[in-house]
Design a binder for this molecule. Sequence first.
Ligand SMILES: NC(=O)c1ccc[n+]([C@@H]2O[C@H](COP(=O)([O-])OP(=O)(O)OC[C@H]3O[C@@H](n4cnc5c(N)ncnc54)[C@H](O)[C@@H]3O)[C@@H](O)[C@H]2O)c1
Length: 367
Amino acid sequence: MVNVAIVGLGFGAEFIPIYQHHPDANIHAICRRDETELKRAGDAFGIEKLYTSYDDLLADDAVDFVHINSPIPDHAWMSIKALEAGKHVMCTVPMATTIEECEQICDLVARTGLRYMMAETVVYSREFLYLKELHTKGELGKIQYMQASHPQDMDGWPEYWERMIPMHYATHVVSPILGLVDGRAEYVSCFGSGMIRNELAAKSGNPFAVESCHLKIKDTDIAAHLWRFLFDTARQYRESFDVYGSKKSFEWSLVEGEEHVLHTAKKPEPDIPSRVSVPDYAHLLPKEIRQFTQTIEDPDHLSFVQGGGHGGSHPHLVNEFVSAVRDDREPWPNAVTSANWTCVGICAHQSTMNGGQIVPLPEFTLR
Ligand SMILES: NC(=O)c1ccc[n+]([C@@H]2O[C@H](COP(=O)([O-])OP(=O)(O)OC[C@H]3O[C@@H](n4cnc5c(N)ncnc54)[C@H](O)[C@@H]3O)[C@@H](O)[C@H]2O)c1
């Protein structure tokens, strides 16, 4: 059994029942700062080891790995501290907000042999798993181009989002593109467009409403486009990616809840597009946690809806990291891959602030 401790119980709480059902995992402890809320979660899920202090949690020898779900500015220092304390780390996205922190995490992982995985939901979503399957079977033909978007109006979210830069939370658009072809980003060029309210611009240091980035995938002829906004632009939330192949192409639906579109080449023009119902990939999981790819509402036990979110990815993330630690193998994405995905956004913002200048990805993310 692998002993996990979850840190941060907003989004993080959604993973508790999945670990509790996983045949090879045990929730050893949970950690958050608010003692009353911590106790409430402990009672609801029957967990006895409760920590309000992260340091106390890291001093607990029984913890094999921490699953970090704290706010973005805390990801890097918490991951570094955990690795230094000898714990494996799974951390929600992004890995960090600076290149230096990404490098420090990669160095620590290389030095200690501990495992690190960025818990990127998109690459375990049913859409991604479907496209990966089509690609592996050769049904898409040669991949010619990809694009991805993550528009999300963050007004009303916790205050730290006002200090965020759109491309510093870009892994949901970077990861499906690079993940599909198992590629690394080599360089980027990103343009800023429009402008946000003065007070938000002053807080974040980013004046632009939209950041629109092109990236080149190393050792391939493929370029991709991705774009993001956080404020002051009208659009429904969407985490989309489109893949264009020589035989088939996939386009994400424009509106939440509609079916996606698959285009097949060389058919009569009206027959080229068809709506697709993307299958579920629960069969890849241990049977005890398959239910969590779908939405479960359990008013007797929980105060929230479990599973289902983010394309059914949550149980796949849990299974990937638990089995990586159990089997002593690299998780996917590992530290270097997570760093490459995260640094695309960091480099893209550097490019934005320099008028779209080409910025190469740091060497340590290409290894
Ligand atoms: N699709 C995805 O990958 C996805 C979706 C939702 C949220 N997230 C990420 O999850 C993270 C948390 O999001 P949220 O909406 O739950 O945030 P939140 O602010 O609601 O919750 C943060 C939690 O972290 C805890 N925390 C903060 N600092 C701590 C410390 N020093 N020690 C112990 N606990 C601490 C807080 O007590 C709280 O429980 C964010 O980084 C967010 O980006 C990712």
